[in-house]
Design a protein around this ligand. Structure first.
Ligand code: FAD
Ligand code: NAD
Length: 484
């Protein structure tokens, strides 16, 4: 009979669960992981990787078109079939054998099935289709970590479910490009998929309650909105869907509250996420199934009264705790919580001080995100609005990227902008945003400046190389001004 008692049991083998288990093994403990679908999770097969693969060819083509010599060499249109085929490779053809090899090579024991908390330190592995079929019962000596991620939220719009909408999963894995695609939601998924499918040849209409990319600096969202319009996307940025209907011929009719009707071949719902907690046995630890898991600063699950659930053996990391729905932040949490569980098990020192080894301070102060729209958006830390709402005494400066030598060299007609938000009391940057072609790689300099809390006086000594787009850092410092 196979082993059923482990130091740590992880539920969910997405990027976060895999990394938790890896850290546990590194610390000399044993770990089992329970996965109900594919090892690698949403990110590998239906989110980050395949969607970025859908966007990459069009970005390369745009870059070539922005240079007269390279433009001459372009002899045809984007080959959508080739893009989809390359995407298939980045989704490993929806086969997780490679990731299973990695997991087993690392020494983690994999259980296939749905993980359900059965009681204290207990996880039942149940059938995916038949939750009453308990295949195995596992016991954890030290901790159970929930890393079950999230799924697309389907808003309660009359007729929507019956219209068989696409979620991000179908958009990421489609094998044909619909002629007409309607999108509900102007967040990151809606915006990236509008960019991708327009480039792949679809006529895209996007409907959003609160504009495009509502969480980034408003000027950056405007650049993206203008570009979407220019590339032919029909935008309804402050509109509410009233009802949806798919007729007998398969055509979808989306009616807005203002009476407008949008006709399409597919409809993509990109209206946020819902936690994968409805089948998790949360009722056995006094929590309500279907809810996001609240955690304390060591990622232990807490109830509404902020009391530790079950005495402290239950942790949650990644999307499911809603701290930052991004793979790299989930993996950051995984490293912290994996090492913390090892430290607690071995009685060594736990460091939860800000920026300490086991803390997840960057989730609060230095979230890094790249949005692969056209143009790209980099957002690190706080926007001006968020910093002000947090009570900080801040001043923000903005500067065009167009006139930066490296940007002008990069592409003819380069059009972009960047900004930084400075905490005046501490003289450090708390937020950085950039929008423009190929700005993605600016993200890490901003992450280092913000997480490192580098004083502005010292940032003047981080000399950007000429002629690169990074010279925007110098322009922003000059715009802010130098005291003394
Ligand atoms: C379209 C799209 C594009 C994205 N692009 C990016 C990007 O470019 N960069 C980025 O950083 N982030 C991106 N994200 C976000 C990213 O996908 C998530 O933040 C990340 O996948 C979260 O990882 P996770 O391990 O917490 O959850 P998931 O990746 O969702 O993995 C959770 C795993 O748990 C399993 N599971 C769930 N319940 C159970 C159960 N009861 N028992 C057993 N197994 C269970 C699931 O099957 C899944 O394999 C994107 C998201 C979407 C939707
Ligand atoms: N490049 C990346 O880093 C990347 C890419 C894709 C997704 N993600 C992550 O995935 C998460 C989910 O993305 P998302 O875009 O689904 O969610 P989101 O929360 O970012 O945006 C959802 C949008 O849909 C709108 N909306 C909600 N209900 C609506 C309705 N009934 N009608 C019209 N509009 C409606 C909301 O107002 C919001 O603007 C994000 O938190 C993001 O961090 C990251």
């Amino acid at each position: 009979m196979s082993e059923t008692i482990f130091d740590v049991i992880v539920i969910g083998a997405g990027p976060v669960g895999e990394n938790v288990a890896d850290r546990i093994l590194h610390g000399g403990l044993t770990a089992a992981i329970v996965e109900r679908e594919l090892v690698g999770g949403e990110c590998s097969y239906w989110a980050c990787m395949p969607t970025k693969a859908l966007l990459r060819d069009a970005a390369a083509l745009r870059a070539a078109r922005a240079l007269p010599g390279a433009r001459q060499a372009i002899t045809g249109d984007l080959d959508a079939t080739a893009v989809l085929r390359r995407r298939d490779g980045f989704a490993s053809n929806w086969d997780d054998a490679g990731q299973v090899d990695w997991l087993e090579g690392a020494g983690v024991t994999l259980f296939r099935g749905q993980g359900r908390i059965g009681g204290e330190r207990t996880v039942d592995v149940v059938g995916v289709d038949d939750v009453d079929d308990v295949v195995t019962t596992l016991q954890a000596r030290h901790a159970v970590v929930v890393a079950t991620g999230s799924s697309a939220r389907i808003p309660a719009i009359p007729g929507l479910i019956d219209a068989r909408p696409w979620t991000s999963r179908e958009a990421a894995s489609a094998h044909t490009v619909p002629e007409r695609l309607a999108i509900i939601g102007g967040g990151v998924v809606g915006t990236e998929m509008a960019t991708a499918y327009t480039a792949l040849g679809a006529q895209v209409t996007l409907v959003s309650l609160d504009g495009i990319l509502p969480t980034v600096e408003p000027y950056a969202a405007e650049y993206v909105m203008d570009s979407l319009k220019e590339s032919g996307v029909a935008l309804h940025p402050r509109s509410e869907p009233a009802e949806v209907h798919r007729d007998e011929s398969g055509t979808v009719h989306l009616t807005l509250v203002d009476g407008t009707t949008i006709v399409s071949d597919e409809i993509l719902v990109a209206a946020g996420r819902t936690p994968n907690t409805s089948q998790l046995g949360l009722e056995h630890v006094g929590l309500t199934p279907g809810q996001w898991l609240h955690v304390d600063d060591s990622l232990r699950v807490v109830d509404a009264a902020e009391s530790t659930v079950g005495g402290g053996w239950l942790y949650a990391a990644g999307d499911v705790n809603r701290r930052a729905l991004l793979t790299h932040h989930g993996k950051y949490q995984a490293r912290a919580v994996g090492d913390l569980i090892v430290a607690r098990a071995q009685g060594t020192q736990v460091d939860l001080s800000p920026w300490g080894r086991h803390a997840v301070t960057a989730d609060d102060r230095a979230v890094t995100q790249v949005i692969f729209s056209d143009p790209e958006v980099v957002a690190v830390g706080l926007t001006l609005r968020a910093a002000t709402e947090a009570g900080l005494d801040v001043r923000a400066v903005e500067h065009d990227l167009d006139a930066v030598a490296g940007a002008a060299l990069h592409a003819d007609g380069y059009h972009g902008r960047a900004s930084m938000v400075v905490d005046q009391a501490r003289n450090v940057i708390v937020g950085f945003t950039a929008v423009g072609p190929d700005v993605a790689e600016l993200v890490q300099a901003a992450a280092i400046a913000i997480a490192g809390e580098v004083p502005l006086d010292r940032l003047w000594h981080a000399v950007p190389a000429y002629p690169t787009v990074s010279e925007i850092w110098l322009r922003l410092l000059e715009t802010y001004g130098r005291e003394g």
